[in-house]
Write a protein that binds this ligand. Structure first.
Ligand code: AP5
Length: 222
């Protein structure tokens, strides 16, 4: 639909399905997907200065220091493609101070989506997750098998997807979630993420359609 580009935040515990849903939303809405986890993993893989600093935190399931992540996100959000197509922010803000940095920069989403999934399912999803390094597509050893044998052969596991590290990431999430949620309580939409990815996307899709429709309505009235 015509109108202002969408601004969306998607949050939720580790392996709640943020990345999976973002891929589906990007396909339909053409938004720019900004995942701090993906950006940081790329920095680690290319052994940049940022990557070298971030690696230890990530490997231990801890948050990378704000001064690294916040600059990265605010710079990315100012680029022309984001301004033109809209954005889908995945995994940021993740702490009260990160949320405050965005507030100070007057960056707010149209909607704040939280994927809700029970703990025991989250850990299984982490441990079973595999990624295709060629396309970035996410699979799961039982839930989503790769399409071909060729893909299957090149799948990799994330170093922070062991049982122990997944548990520590979940703890980090729980320590910080409430403070972030309260910043966006007026825009909060909770979605049950413990259903098939298609059903979860149907609900996110209708939320986004509603946001677009509301924006058109507000424009007409002003
Ligand atoms: P990040 O990469 O953001 O990790 P995360 O939050 O732990 O989230 P995940 O990527 O693990 O999961 P997801 O929700 O995207 O789920 P997915 O779709 O893959 O961050 C990694 C690290 O980077 C952090 O620990 C931290 O160190 C650092 N970092 C990142 N952002 C930071 C920030 N702002 N500040 C500081 N540090 C930061 O799905 C998971 C699995 O489940 C897959 O196998 C998938 O196939 C399966 N699955 C998905 N949907 C379904 C479904 N509906 N049903 C069944 N299975 C499903």
């Amino acid at each position: 639909a015509a109108g202002e580009p969408l601004k969306v935040m998607i949050s939720g515990a580790p392996a709640s399905g943020k990345g999976t849903q973002c891929r589906m939303a990007v396909e339909k809405y053409g938004l720019v997907h900004i995942s701090t986890g993906d950006i940081l993993r790329a920095e680690v893989a290319s052994e940049t200065k940022i990557g070298k600093k971030a690696k230890e935190y990530m490997d231990n399931g801890m948050l990378v220091p704000d001064e690294i992540v916040t600059d990265m996100v605010i710079t990315r959000l100012s680029l022309p493609d984001v301004q033109e197509k809209g954005w889908l922010l995945d995994g940021y803000p993740r702490s009260s101070s990160q949320a405050q940095s965005l507030e100070r920069a007057k960056i707010r989403p149209d909607v704040y989506i939280v994927l809700d999934v029970p703990d025991e399912i989250l850990i299984d999803r982490c441990v079973g997750r595999r990624m295709d390094p060629a396309t970035g597509k996410i699979y799961h050893i039982r839930n989503f098998s790769p399409e071909t044998e060729e893909i299957s052969m090149r799948l990799i596991m994330r170093p922070d997807d062991t049982q122990e590290k997944a548990e520590s990431r979940l703890e980090t999430y729980k320590r910080n979630a409430e403070a972030v949620l309260s910043t966006y309580s007026d825009l909060l939409k909770k979605v049950d993420g413990n259903r098939s990815k298609e059903v979860v996307f149907q609900e996110i899709d209708s939320l986004l359609l509603q946001v677009q429709a509301d924006a058109v309505q507000t424009k007409k009235l002003s």
